[in-house]
Ligand binder design. Structure first.
Ligand SMILES: NC(=O)c1ccc[n+]([C@@H]2O[C@H](COP(=O)([O-])OP(=O)(O)OC[C@H]3O[C@@H](n4cnc5c(N)ncnc54)[C@H](O)[C@@H]3O)[C@@H](O)[C@H]2O)c1
Length: 327
């Protein structure tokens, strides 16, 4: 089946290549013209997925319209900050029969809406599915076993999408809790910043990490339920699974941000060093705003915010964490 991909960055290229390897043709829109040329001419994407030879049936294009109007299933693999600005241009051109599969993870700074909620508002006539779970692109691009969750209301559409993705090393599970599945992936980015901070401080204690992850999951579930998610969704792959994957991965941008904070870099210096501010930072800001509106206490997230804004040092954050949660 001809499948569309919006964004051929790290995740978009890995998922596009997986779908192509499963016997489908894939056409992906990409913002970066050098990436488009390289994929079409050399069959590689050295910027976003180095070391992987891409399937010949994965092609790149500059034409958003070609992808949005011509494919029965379209995956969205953009960082959340680019989602609305990119898709706004082609709102009218989307094939309304197409199934949209969102993989972007973030909360909008102004509205507090999730990427999936924004997508639903932009394309109200399309069927939409949320894909999330522990799925580090560099891993499944090398054939490492991965299981993700597809959340949606239409079982036939869930089956159509799972047939594109499933193979001997990549599997999908279904859920009807779109907001819960999405929020697991969105909120874990925040707590990955804290994990990076511990790594940057040389804290290797597994006991300490276990406490931190447990409290993080509790905060994720608390705000998630406040936003309409089911609590049990946080105990499965897209909640606990994704939080654990991030806590163990060296690939996470959010964790890297925490490491740089622990090394004493401020927000401006981190932006310069990393080229972008990881999604977890914007999500943290939006989540604290929402938590205040919903009267939900998130002491761990608030502590991370205070470190980022230099109100407390990373050392003090860890001391306060131990005092409040471990002592
Ligand atoms: N990489 C992973 O392992 C992974 C896993 C699960 C979920 N995700 C989620 O997938 C989404 C994409 O992440 P990624 O790691 O692939 O990002 P990435 O940084 O690798 O890719 C960035 C993409 O954004 C595009 N882009 C850059 N500037 C743009 C602009 N001004 N307008 C439009 N597009 C622009 C780039 O061309 C590229 O396609 C994120 O929401 C992330 O949280 C990533």
């Amino acid at each position: 089946m001809l499948t569309g991909m919006i964004g051929l960055g790290n995740l978009g290229t890995a998922v596009g290549n997986l779908i192509a390897a499963n016997g489908n043709e894939v056409i992906g829109w990409e913002h970066n013209s050098q990436v488009v040329e390289e994929i079409n001419q050399k069959g590689t994407n050295s910027r976003y997925l180095p070391g992987v030879t891409l399937e010949k049936t994965l092609k790149a294009t500059y034409s958003l319209r070609e992808v949005m109007s011509g494919c029965p299933v379209i995956f969205i693999a953009l960082p959340s900050i680019f989602l609305q600005s990119t898709l706004d241009k082609v709102r009218e051109q989307v094939n309304t029969q197409a199934i949209l599969v969102n993989m972007a993870k973030g909360l909008d700074r102004e509205s507090g809406l999730t990427s999936f909620q924004i997508l639903r508002c932009m394309f109200p006539n399309n069927s939409a599915i949320m894909l999330s779970g522990p799925s580090i692109a560099n891993e499944f691009a090398q054939g490492m076993p991965t299981v993700v969750v597809l959340a949606g209301q239409n079982r036939n559409d869930l089956l159509t999408v799972s047939h594109l993705l499933d193979n001997q090393y990549f599997r999908t599970r279904f859920s009807d809790d779109e907001i819960g599945v999405e929020l697991g992936g969105v909120l874990k980015n925040i707590y990955a910043i804290g994990l990076g901070m511990f790594d940057g401080q040389g804290i290797t204690s597994v006991n300490f990490r276990a406490v931190y992850l447990t409290i993080a999951l509790e905060e994720m579930a608390r705000i998630g339920v406040g936003m309409g998610a089911k609590i049990e969704t946080f105990l499965y792959l897209s909640g606990m699974g994704d939080l654990l994957a991030t806590s163990m991965s060296t690939h996470s941008h959010n964790r890297r941000m925490g490491e740089l904070l622990a090394k004493g870099l401020n927000l401006d210096q981190i932006k310069k060093e990393m080229g972008v501010v990881p999604e977890g930072f914007n999500t943290l800001r939006s989540m604290l705003y929402l938590a205040e509106k919903l009267h939900i206490a998130l002491p761990l997230a608030k502590g991370l915010w205070d470190v980022i804004h230099e109100r407390i040092s990373p050392e003090n954050f860890i001391r306060v964490f131990i005092r409040d949660f471990v002592d």
